[in-house]
Design a protein around this ligand. Structure first.
Ligand code: AMP
Ligand code: GLY
Length: 418
């Protein structure tokens, strides 16, 4: 099977690495690290025609779309209309991620448990609702409805903070158009987990659960990021909790999408908060999570390519082999991330990387012949072991040896699992 993976981040590196163990893999456009594991072709993710041409010239059997932007823009629809098998939802399904207010409306329609919320286009009304939540004892969470690279969510600790967030999203347009509508919702308390389900219409198969660390600083302090690390499996999420999450948020959402005429083929990534023992759905994404995928791919045996192909053509999903191991991924980020950061900073990787560690590249490029940073999240150091402690120690050993100016990473990934 020949697979074309679309994207250039850590998630795509992990997917390409795993898939290349059982298929021939091409990545467009890829990055400096991906190029070491698969062939990279310089076609941009937004260049639909270029991608179709590549599929035809290289006889690609399956396209796996990594990031959400091309899905939201309709890449999957365009390729399908031209007879290409694609793993990734069409534009209509991708609205689940592109619009948080749409996504929350669908959760209500499908009966999916989620935080109480309202969506607003008017800042004064949004603030009034935030105040009513605070008055009733729940601090509000403010979310830019559109896509803000995982940064458009403010979990407020005071009403002032909530009001400031509403002003900066709606009036100052900190995230541009993404903030023209905001969702204000009740704050849930508990612990989180990410569930990645491979979906084929109403059929699905969930990969092992992972836990992501969203805040930039140790102890879950500082602003939200796209994700600073992840580990799997998650002891606090036993099989019965996974089944409950699937039955309350994955199956009903897929059935509801189908009833709306949306045949969803791709990843449904559900983010949950476990509150009082119940999984409550925080959000959906329409692609694999990053860095969760980096950890999850390290735990798979054979069968991913077959499962993704089945989803792409609308067949039932065969199970994927899951290994009996632990994996930990620590994201090494650029100085300043998630705020402004420099690109083009030279990176020195350790000469010897232990066999149980894989360094996935999230934002790297070769600049003047030198491996350099090219994004906010630069590397994902992903280790496996027989225990979580072993995997964690191995990941940090390599993180400590990576050199580039301004590098930072959390020191507490998988340190105190819930
Ligand atoms: P989202 O993009 O909606 O998943 O939000 C990003 C992160 O913000 C989540 O992973 C949570 O850590 C936090 N968050 C979002 N919604 C809530 C909520 N209702 N209560 C508490 N934390 C939340
Ligand atoms: N790690 C969360 C995300 O991929 O959105």
């Amino acid at each position: 099977m020949r697979i074309l993976v679309i994207g250039s981040g850590g998630r795509e590196h992990a997917l390409a690495w795993k898939l290349s163990q059982e298929a021939e893999v091409i990545v467009a456009p890829g990055n400096a690290g991906i190029a070491e594991d698969a062939e990279c072709v310089e076609v941009r993710t937004g260049d639909s025609q270029g991608i179709l041409d590549l599929c035809r010239s290289r006889f690609v059997d399956l396209v796996v779309v990594g990031p959400e932007d091309p899905l939201v823009a309709g890449l999957a629809d365009f390729l399908r209309a031209n007879g290409v098998a694609v793993y990734g939802p069409g534009k209509d399904g991708a609205q689940l991620e592109a619009s948080k207010s749409f996504s929350k409306d669908l959760m209500i329609q499908a009966g999916v448990p989620t935080a109480q919320f309202e969506a607003f286009k008017d800042a004064t009304k949004a603030k009034a609702f935030a105040k009513s939540l605070a008055d009733s004892g729940s601090m509000p969470v403010i979310k830019a409805s559109g896509n803000a690279l995982g940064k458009g969510v403010v979990v407020a600790n005071t009403l002032d903070e909530a009001e400031e967030a509403i002003d900066s999203m709606m009036l100052d347009r900190e995230f541009g158009e993404a903030g023209s509508t905001v969702v204000v919702e009740e704050r849930l308390l508990g612990y989180e987990f990410s569930l990645l389900s491979i979906c084929s219409g109403t059929d699905f198969y969930s990969l092992p659960v992972a836990q992501d660390y969203k805040r930039v600083l140790d102890g879950d302090r500082g602003p939200n990021t796209g994700g600073m690390g992840a580990y799997s499996p998650v002891a606090a999420v036993p099989t019965n909790l996974v089944r409950e999450a699937e039955e309350s948020a994955v199956r009903p959402m897929l059935a509801h999408l189908q009833s709306l005429g949306i045949d969803y083929r791709g990843t449904l990534f559900s983010g949950f908060m476990v509150q009082n023992g119940k999984p409550i759905c925080l959000e959906y994404n329409v692609r694999f999570g990053d860095p969760e995928t980096q950890s999850v791919m390290r735990r798979l045996g054979l069968g991913l390519s077959t499962a993704l192909m089945a989803a792409a053509v609308g067949d039932p999903i065969p199970p994927v082999e899951v290994l009996d191991n632990y994996s930990v991924t620590v994201v090494v980020a650029s100085g300043g991330y998630p705020g402004n950061y420099l690109k083009g900073v030279p990176i020195l990787l350790p000469e010897k990387i232990p066999a149980n560690v894989k360094v996935f590249h999230a934002g790297t490029a070769i600049k003047d012949g030198v491996l350099s940073s090219n994004g906010g999240r630069v590397l994902g150091v992903s280790a496996v072991g027989d225990t979580l402690e072993e995997a964690t120690a191995s990941a940090y050993e390599v993180c400590d040896q990576i050199e580039f100016e301004g590098k930072h990473y959390r020191r507490d990934i998988a340190a105190s699992p819930v």
